[in-house]
Design a protein around this ligand. Sequence first.
Ligand SMILES: [Zn+2]
Length: 451
Amino acid sequence: MITTYAIITIFLVSIIVNFNLVQALAYTVHYDVKEYRITKIPTVCAIKPNDSQSSEDRIKRMMAETSYAVGEWKVKLQGGQDRKTMQLWDINYLEKNSENDDISMCDVVIQFFRKPTSPDLLLKALGTTRYEPSTSQSFIDIFYLQIILCQKSDNYYVYTFPCYGNDMTTTNQIGTTVRHEFGHALGLGHFYSDDPDVTYQWSKTGADAPSIMVPFDYNNPSLIHIQTIDIEKIHSIYGPNGFLTFSKQVTEGKDADSSKSPTLVVIPSLTIYTNPSYQFGDHLSITFEVSELTGDPITFQIVDESGKKSQPISIQITKLKTEITAPGQFDSTIYKPGTYHIDAEYSGTKASVIFTLTDSGKIVIPQWIKNLGRWWSEGTISDKDFASGIQYMIKEKIIKIPIEQKSSEKKEVQIPQWIKNNAGWWAKDLISDSDFAQGLQYLVRTGIITV
Ligand SMILES: [Zn+2]
């Protein structure tokens, strides 16, 4: 089986002659993203190096700085979130005392070396991050020997060239490198400008670097922090479910062909938004947001306080963000005032949102009665049929009538023409439910319709 390694390296910028310090006036920035993702709450293991040549105190400070660096990612990713969301951005951190310790539970392994073993990286890399797809682990290597300028001379010339010193690099530089490499382990690529001069200046003058993912230079002595743009980038590639967004189920292929890699079933994220409160007459509006289109419909139900559920409604989505509005209004014959949940499911992911429905006294006539009004104004149904609809509304207290009518004698149901005209306009939404209800109240008060 062939395994591909993604090696990301901070390359040192070699000596540049005649570097032009004039800052470009306009440039475009790019923020690259890697194709791998953290798929659970990550456990990060930092393995303390066994190095008798370096001071124990400096090694301790390096390990402490590494823990601050990972801690800074966690605190910034969790910043300003509620407690439930904070858990989705949690990072576990373990320090291991020996490279022989079991690292199978570690999602990110940070190891420290005096210098790289690969000749390609010698004097060029401060750190590397490698993702191992077979175990879904990222390996961060930090190289901690200081790079200095060495001199060599012969009878004619003095040569200057970079070499490794005996001392360790600064704690700040270690901290910056761990912050940067950990960004790679989370799936970030580099932040750079299309103007190489601008990128070069960021790598040298770290205090102004807009992102921790700028390729840094070893000449930069500052401790560089994780910036807002870095946190926003991580939040945007993972979405509202944090490190659980890309949790996956692995299902074996049907045939026993071992050369085939297992099929990954990605569970998408689903978030529902709605107004926190509605009143009778409002239309329910729901926005669904998903992390990817799976081809499955979103199914949702409205659940009242007692747990009674509406019929499931399915909608096929074609966009990551979909807003729907209920065709009918909230009316009191179907909904009672109270708290409701909207429970939704999409490709195995569930989400829920709460809203309250209040009765502000506004008159809302159910759609089916409105249809009656239209048919009646068009002469399709009789006055008597329409009157029974009105009686229903009064009994259900959709229209409230002051109890002052006294006529008990049975009359022929005969509704004035102007009410009929009103009904036609009302069915066409030319007059409001309240205006029409006033006409109906007139009918009851004058005894044309008895309740
Ligand atoms: Zn890098």
